[in-house]
Write a protein that binds this ligand. Structure first.
Ligand SMILES: [Zn+2]
Length: 384
């Protein structure tokens, strides 16, 4: 969904985009309203008024879809999770949340936020329609009722219990809480998604063949998307399960060269040149871990500034740099960050003390060994 997407700007720092297919939705909804809903609900209204109200209502509906996605993103942010981009497309909205929620509670609240927003928005539209009915033209009242109703349906559909719908995440959070295993919970929600996909497909076929209703096509398309997403979720589980059993302390490097944060770039360069490392954990004068600095970050400092800029000023600090406890399962480390070789390093910190680091190379090695069915050994000594 990253291509064929046009940017619509940023809200609260989150990039908003729309896939071209959203125009189909806009057109279909406007057409549905102008030709089927409004002529019945407001029989005295003219076709021009119906089309105008239809187009405006379809656009407002897309805006309320955006509100749904924004609420997912904002709650995710409250838990320190990255929320990068929201894309509106043919089948609704999608919020990119690359990080895994840290607890079942966080997962539950992030998932519930979207449908809650839809219900609230829908309630406001319905309330507005009822309160303002005496003064508004019928075509506007009917549009408001339709908006309220559609947002309610949106909330209800999204709460169906299967991955990748919000209800699937809710189910996953509850199962995670009950079983204590995120991976089992994920499989349960994935299975829910597959059952759901089959049910939606069957309903779509019934709509199409028995009732002769073209929305069947849309439902079949939706079921295909649901099935693919649910399967992707389930096939990722076994590797994640293995990684969940390996602790960071088993693969981290303890042989490391730290960069003193109070050193100037020039001062540290002389020291860095004598090591084989490309990335370094930065420590404060008191020895506390501060962040990570890479040779590539050092190279971006103009040579005239090397004697005045301090390492502390240019190092990458949390949350941009990953800090984890030695007992953190690798599955968590992998899900929290995309690590770039030569630039990123996981700081392994125990009670405020830096006890080791894990570089992308270390983690890639674990992945490769795991894929070969070999459990990675302890003395993996190199940081590359
Ligand atoms: Zn949602």
């Amino acid at each position: 969904m990253t291509y064929a997407t046009f940017p619509l700007g940023r809200i609260a720092g989150i990039r908003i985009g729309a896939h071209w297919s959203v125009l189909i939705v806009l057109g279909l909804l406007a057409w549905l309203l102008a030709t089927a809903v409004l002529p019945v609900g407001a029989p005295d209204s003219t076709p021009v008024a119906n089309w105008a109200a239809g187009i405006v209502s379809a656009a407002v509906f897309l805006a309320s879809l955006l509100a749904h996605e924004m609420c997912h993103a904002l709650v995710a942010r409250r838990y320190g999770l990255r929320a990068e981009r929201i894309t509106l497309w043919l089948l609704g909205g999608a919020t990119e949340l690359p990080d895994e929620p840290p607890t079942p509670r966080a997962q539950l609240l992030v998932a519930v936020a979207g449908p809650a927003a839809s219900l609230l928005v829908g309630g406001i539209f319905l309330g507005g329609a009822v309160l303002a009915a005496p003064v508004l033209p019928a075509v506007v009242s009917v549009s408001l009722v339709w908006l309220g109703w559609s947002n309610g349906v949106l909330a209800a559909f999204n709460l169906l219990p299967g991955t990748p719908l919000d209800g699937g995440r809710v189910l996953e959070a509850i199962a995670w809480r009950v079983t204590g295993s995120r991976d089992r919970a994920r499989r349960i929600a994935g299975a829910g998604g597959q059952v759901l996909a089959a049910a939606v497909a069957a309903f779509g076929v019934w709509e199409l063949l028995i009732r002769g209703d073209a929305t069947g096509f849309w439902l079949i398309g939706m079921s295909w998307f649901l099935a693919l997403a649910a399967r992707g979720e389930m096939s990722a589980a076994p590797l994640r399960e293995v990684l969940a059993r390996i602790r960071l302390r088993e693969v981290m490097s303890t042989d490391l060269v730290t960069a003193p944060g109070w050193y100037t770039v020039q001062g540290f360069l002389d020291q860095a040149a004598r090591t084989r490392f490309r990335t370094f954990p930065v420590v404060s004068f008191g020895g506390a871990p501060v962040g990570v600095v890479s040779l590539s970050a050092l190279s971006r400092v103009p040579s005239s500034a090397r004697t005045s800029v301090r390492i502390e000023d240019i190092c990458v600090k949390p949350p941009a740099c990953l800090v984890a406890s030695p007992d953190a399962p690798l599955s968590e480390v992998f899900s929290r960050a995309r690590l770039r070789p030569g630039q990123d390093l996981v700081l392994v910190v125990d009670r405020g003390v830096l006890v080791g680091v894990a570089a992308p190379g270390d983690l890639a090695r674990v992945l490769e060994l795991t894929a070969l069915g070999v459990r990675p050994g302890h003395d993996a000594g190199s940081v590359k």
